[in-house]
Design a protein around this ligand. Structure first.
Ligand code: SAH
Length: 217
């Protein structure tokens, strides 16, 4: 079956029945070719709802969990979004379809470079890349940007890094898997004038978020 048909089948089988209803979000999944972001040996599994191995012993997340986290963010066309954990760049592309600008941080230079090449090839022009510790957010990076409408963290952390909360606009939303290294839960934080509202949601398993404000190396 053609990748394009497999893509639609994945949406029908794994996303819509599990509560992914945002039309723009589903359209982005219908458009972005996941097979471009995975190694040749895994291409035939691109549209199964599983994480897949990428370089540097990391994984590209399960499509349903990506969709679930993105739906929680309630992305608007003029949002500027900070993504921690570029990985393969697949989720970066989905975000770039839906918002104004994506600022993405990855700790492995090799992964960041690979993702950059694919995303450039797919003609995305609204993405800024950084190699470094994403637990510190977009600190001291170019272009200068101090706060974000939304933040999405694609690796599991023992806590919500303070730097990320500081770089979230009032009214902004942050999603992050919180727990131990074996299993986590998706946490949605909404920043208010006076306090942060925190919801603990579905269980999940992510590779660890490694950095100054999460798991130490
Ligand atoms: N959304 C990505 C998920 C990649 S897995 C995808 O679909 O491909 C999570 C990524 O987070 C890994 O590439 C890992 O190297 C990266 N990571 C872990 N700790 C990090 C940190 N402190 N800063 C930036 N990236 C980090």
């Amino acid at each position: 079956m053609r990748f394009e048909d497999q893509r639609f089948l994945m949406i029908e089988k794994h996303l819509v029945p599990r509560g992914i209803s945002n039309v723009e979000l589903l359209a982005s999944f219908a458009k972005v070719p996941r097979e471009r972001f995975v190694d040749d040996k895994w291409k035939e599994y691109s549209y199964q709802d599983h994480p897949l191995q990428i370089e540097c012993n990391q994984t590209t997340s399960q499509p349903f969990i990506i969709a679930y986290m993105m739906q929680l963010l309630d992305i608007k066309a003029d949002d500027c979004i900070l993504e921690i954990g570029t990985g393969s760049g697949y989720q970066t592309a989905l975000l770039a379809e839906l918002c104004k600008e994506v600022y993405t941080v990855e700790r492995y230079g090799e992964l960041s470079m690979q993702a950059r090449e694919i995303l450039r090839d797919l003609d995305y022009k609204n993405i800024f890349y950084k190699v470094g510790d994403g637990t510190k957010g977009w600190e001291n990076s170019l272009p200068v940007k101090n706060d974000f409408d939304k933040i999405i963290v694609s690796a599991g952390s023992p806590n919500i890094p303070d730097s990320l909360i500081k770089q979230l606009k009032v009214g902004g939303k942050l999603v992050i898997p919180i727990g131990d290294t074996l299993s986590q839960r998706i946490i949605l934080l909404t920043k208010d004038e006076t306090e942060n509202h925190i919801e603990e949601l579905v269980p999940c398993t992510f590779v660890p978020l490694i950095g100054q404000e999460a798991w130490k190396e």
